[in-house]
Design a protein. Structure first.
Length: 297
């Protein structure tokens, strides 16, 4: 065999070895991710099992709470009417919610109990899921990136639970009151299945928690250079319109004050996201300026 063919053969073997090593590295990452997902699933299952001990409280107090006129939000609204009668109309005080909820399936209430406990397990397990996600991506980050993202789990979890509370105490009761009383014809009676009611409560509550992750999403996009504060400032008017539309959909359209109350935290989140993106861009420009000065010297 000539020397040229030997070099080609050795080069092909090395290239094949690198490809095999890369494939093994990829599958190793998949295996590590699988372990993180399994641990997260295990924690959710354990919390769900523990939730069965409090299933009566979860269902009767938490889930059915927004349907009860004695719910905390409705009581606060009535107190606001009593304190500022000229500012809030009498319709702002909710004392009756005319909603009939039925079960149409034989195993419906048993399934409801399981679904409610699973929902609680997922919500309470979010901090641990974020922690496992952090453990998975941490080895791939540089030291400065690890420092800047070290509070990721606490920050994201705090925003999520603030969103959950906002969704449960503000968005959910206002939406339940509006949807249960909304009719297109007096001849049509509103009767809801328990599955539909649970789905609405879960969607509005967990959805609010997800929406409150906007600063976290902007942080990640800004780190990759996809989102910039200049773009967010230039599109602020469009974001304001979208926020008002979302608030109008989930609140009584005739009540402008309630719509503003719902939209206000979303405006705050958008402005906080702009601040986060600007801070990341400022640090990036500072690092680039430092590197440029070093090269010149």
């Amino acid at each position: 065999m000539s020397e040229h063919k030997k070099r080609d053969l050795i080069g092909a073997i090395k290239e094949k070895g690198k490809t095999l090593e890369a494939e093994m590295s990829f599958f190793d990452h998949i295996d590590v991710l699988r372990k993180h997902l399994l641990r997260s699933l295990l924690v959710i299952v354990l919390i769900t099992i523990g939730a069965f001990w409090f299933s009566d409280f979860i269902f009767n107090t938490l889930i059915m709470g927004p349907k009860n006129p004695d719910f905390w939000t409705y009581r606060m609204m009535c107190k606001m009417v009593a304190t500022w009668p000229t500012l809030f109309g009498s319709d702002f005080c909710i004392t009756h919610i005319d909603a009939k909820i039925i079960n149409t399936e034989m195993a419906g209430q048993f399934t409801l109990q399981i679904n409610a406990c699973v929902m609680v397990g997922i919500m309470l397990g979010i901090p641990y899921i974020l922690f496992e996600l952090w453990l998975f991506i941490k080895p791939a980050l540089h030291d400065n990136e690890r420092k800047s993202a070290s509070s990721f789990v606490v920050f994201a979890s705090t925003l999520f639970f603030i969103g959950i509370l906002f969704g449960y105490y503000i968005v959910c009761p206002l939406s339940v009151n509006f949807l249960t009383n909304f009719t297109v014809s007096p001849d049509i009676q509103n009767t809801f299945t328990i599955t539909s009611y649970l789905s609405s409560v879960a969607t509005l509550t967990i959805g609010s928690g997800v929406i409150f992750q906007l600063p976290v999403v902007i942080f990640i996009l800004s780190k990759f250079g996809i989102m910039t504060p200049a773009f967010m400032r230039s599109t602020r008017r469009y974001a304001a319109v979208i926020i008002l539309i979302v608030a109008a959909v989930i609140t009584p359209t005739a009540d402008v004050l309630t719509m503003v109350v719902v939209a206000f935290p979303l405006f705050i989140l958008y402005e906080v996201s702009i601040f986060i993106s600007a801070n990341i861009e400022r640090k990036r420009n500072k690092e680039l300026y430092g590197v440029a000065r070093v090269k010149k010297t």
